[in-house]
Design a protein around this ligand. Structure first.
Ligand SMILES: [Zn+2]
Length: 132
């Protein structure tokens, strides 16, 4: 290793033996460089231990029932879809899909009704608004 004061090479055998050595060039005291390695190990271990926290939220079950809720109450489904994006992504997705399916079904329902009514010769304006 090298002296941390002047950068000259210092006796590694000496530092292994005593844990510290005085630089022969400038006389500065150099200590064994294990503290840095330990700090680095600690740092990487701390980083590792933090990972599992953000992996999964146990409440984010992605239950089928969030889809059912979204289907019957599309507004609630849409709200949950927006609010839960970050914390409950699976639940949010299901609620959003439920709401979407609900809206699509409703749209299809109205289209089918209108097709049936016009096919049966009912005047739509008269039917919907009460005038022809
Ligand atoms: Zn030195």
């Amino acid at each position: 290793m090298f002296c941390k004061y002047c950068g000259e090479k210092i006796d590694e055998e000496e530092i292994e033996k005593n844990g510290q050595v005085y630089c022969t060039h400038c006389g500065g005291l150099n200590k064994k460089e294990e503290s840095f390695e330990n700090d680095f190990k600690k740092f990487s271990q701390e980083n590792k231990s933090e990972e599992p926290k953000e992996v999964k939220n146990p409440s984010d079950t992605g239950s089928f029932w969030w889809g059912v809720l979204g289907f019957f109450i599309p507004l609630a489904g849409l709200l949950l879809f927006i609010l839960w994006q970050k914390n409950y992504p699976k639940n949010a997705k299901l609620a959003g899909i439920g709401a979407l399916v609900s809206v699509i079904c409703e749209a299809i329902f109205y289209v089918v009704i209108i097709i049936i009514l016009s096919a049966s010769g009912v005047n739509l304006n008269e039917f919907l608004y009460g005038y022809a």
